[in-house]
Design a protein around this ligand. Structure first.
Ligand code: MRU
Length: 359
């Protein structure tokens, strides 16, 4: 089974289940997991069995559809009860992770479709939710491909690209965001060397990005996070491509913890830092990075995980934010499915949305 041939998130309509590649088992085992109950869906997102902003959004859309289909049986003749239960489950799924805006974005899209069918038969409402969840999945595939086509214009044959975390196929349905230009470059016959930060503490770079790129035949090199400055100083990196969990209206960008370190070092060595961002990850209601809620995770991820024995004194305090914010001044461009936004982002991001609304 090749990871690239399987969608990261899918729906089994017959069994009414969300199907995910369980990313906690990679790179050693490729395991497909079916999620049926609200708790199973919540846990899969919280535990990072499915992760990466766009994949979380698609999983939430399929998830709320699966849940609503079951609820429709319990509330066959009770529309008020059905809507109330739907919103309770929507809030529940939305509480699984705070930083990636795609989660609430996808759930809000699903809720507004349901609202537009108020008063109609339950079967019609459920069908509309199914169609919307499939549309969200299909759009993700299309959008990632477009990001790749814009992003590849920033690359030339022989370039070295550094990436952090996994904004790859495993963080979306197919192609990825930050990796999409690399896959498109490969299709065009360009040779791109990709350097993957291992991405402490959960190792998304080593377990996921290095895995999917290597499987795809991309020239892939893995490094520890604290080696990227040396790599940049040696002149091996021509551009940095990373994904994002939320872009604020001024261009400040939340992404995996450590991204802002890469950005600061890249500035020192005059290397452009590009953010690959589907418009679903741009939150124009969020003024700046100060308004982005950063998820804090269990300290055991730093002290114990991956080790046979704990590798820190028992009881020591641990700082373990899952994301950090890269200031807009450090970003050379934000690559969206509607083109590449450049500074000043407060203007160019509005222009991206104007293009989207007119398309
Ligand atoms: O905690 P994770 O693994 O969900 O964090 C993922 C990232 O930070 C990705 O870079 C981001 O979601 C973009 S995915 C296209």
């Amino acid at each position: 089974m090749n990871i690239m041939d399987i969608d990261t998130v899918d729906i089994d309509l017959d069994q009414n289940a969300v199907v995910i590649i369980d990313q906690t088992k990679l790179p050693n085992d490729i395991v497909l997991k079916k999620l049926r109950s609200p708790k199973e869906i919540w846990d899969a997102i919280y535990k990072l069995e499915v992760r990466g902003a766009p994949a979380i959004g698609v999983c939430a859309a399929f998830g709320i559809y699966v849940i609503a289909k079951d609820l429709a049986k319990d509330f066959f003749e009770d529309e008020e009860g059905f809507f109330k239960a739907f919103y309770e489950q929507k809030e529940y799924l939305d509480s699984s992770r705070p930083t990636a805006v795609n989660l609430s974005w996808a759930l809000n899209r699903m809720a507004s479709v349901l609202e537009s069918h108020r008063g109609e038969a339950r079967a019609v409402q459920v069908e509309a939710l199914k169609d919307e969840s499939i549309a969200i999945r299909d759009e993700d595939i299309f959008v990632c491909k477009r990001i790749g086509e814009y992003g590849v214009t920033l690359l030339k044959d022989g370039d070295g690209v550094l990436t952090h975390c996994n904004a790859g196929k495993l963080a979306t349905v197919r192609y990825g965001t930050a990796t999409s230009p690399i896959y498109v470059a490969k299709e065009k016959g360009l040779h791109i060397r990709v350097y993957c930060d291992e991405t402490r503490p959960l190792l998304q770079g080593a377990r996921l990005t290095a895995f999917e790129l290597f499987e795809s035949g991309v020239d892939t090199t893995l490094l520890c996070d604290n080696m990227s400055s040396a790599l940049m100083k040696e002149g091996k990196v021509n551009a940095i491509f990373v994904g994002c969990d939320r872009v604020a209206a001024n261009g400040d960008t939340a992404n995996k913890i450590g991204t802002s370190v890469v950005a600061a070092v890249a500035k020192q060595y005059h290397i452009p830092m590009y953010i690959a961002a589907p418009t679903s990850t741009i939150d124009m209601n969020c003024k700046s990075g100060d308004d982005i809620v950063i998820e804090q995770r269990d300290g055991a991820e730093v002290t114990d995980m991956w080790y046979e024995k704990p590798m820190a004194p028992k009881g020591v305090k641990v700082f373990n934010p899952a994301f950090d914010v890269t200031d807009y001044e450090l970003i050379a461009g934000i690559v969206t499915e509607y083109g590449i936004a450049k500074a000043p982002y407060s203007e160019s991001l509005k222009e991206i949305f104007r293009k989207k609304n007119n398309s």
